[in-house]
Design a protein around this ligand. Structure first.
Ligand code: ATP
Ligand code: MG
Length: 119
């Protein structure tokens, strides 16, 4: 299992969520974050201090999935989140040791398999 943690533009959230849904990736955590992409900083002087880090509002998506879904999910995010301008964001893929579904106690792949409501 992997955890995809993607930082994207706020304006791209709806596009990315729609694209993920179309690709059958349905479990996601959305967090508003602030970040800094390392671009050449605007250096300002404030009371003798040099302020270098300008933070930008971004969105982080966290998605837990099994290996077969990782490539598709990453590809979907790369495509839907891209404008081509600096600041489009980043996608991190991390190994996940364990996943538990709280309701059932299911573990790992069983715990991230989407459940069809009413099925
Ligand atoms: N190395 C990193 N570690 C953690 N978060 C990062 C890292 N790089 C970027 N981010 C997050 O992604 C956001 C957008 O980064 P950004 O798109 O500017 O990355 P970049 O590498 O500078 O790419 P670009 O050249 O397209 O601007 C940042 O505000 C930050 O939240
Ligand atoms: Mg940048």
């Amino acid at each position: 299992m992997k955890l995809i943690s993607a930082v994207i533009r706020k304006e791209k959230l709806n596009d990315v969520l729609a694209a993920l849904f179309e690709n059958e990736i349905h479990g996601v955590t959305v967090t508003r974050v602030q970040g800094h992409g390392g671009e050449t900083e605007k250096v300002e002087t404030y009371r003798g201090l040099t302020v270098k880090m300008e933070l930008t509002e971004k969105i982080r998506l966290d998605i837990g999935l099994t290996e077969p879904f990782v490539e598709r999910a990453v590809g979907t995010i790369l495509k839907a989140a891209r404008t081509g301008e600096v600041g489009d964001g980043k996608v991190f893929v991390m190994p996940v040791e364990k996943v538990y579904r709280i309701r059932t106690g299911e573990e790992d792949a069983d715990a991230v398999t989407p459940v069809l409501v009413g099925a």
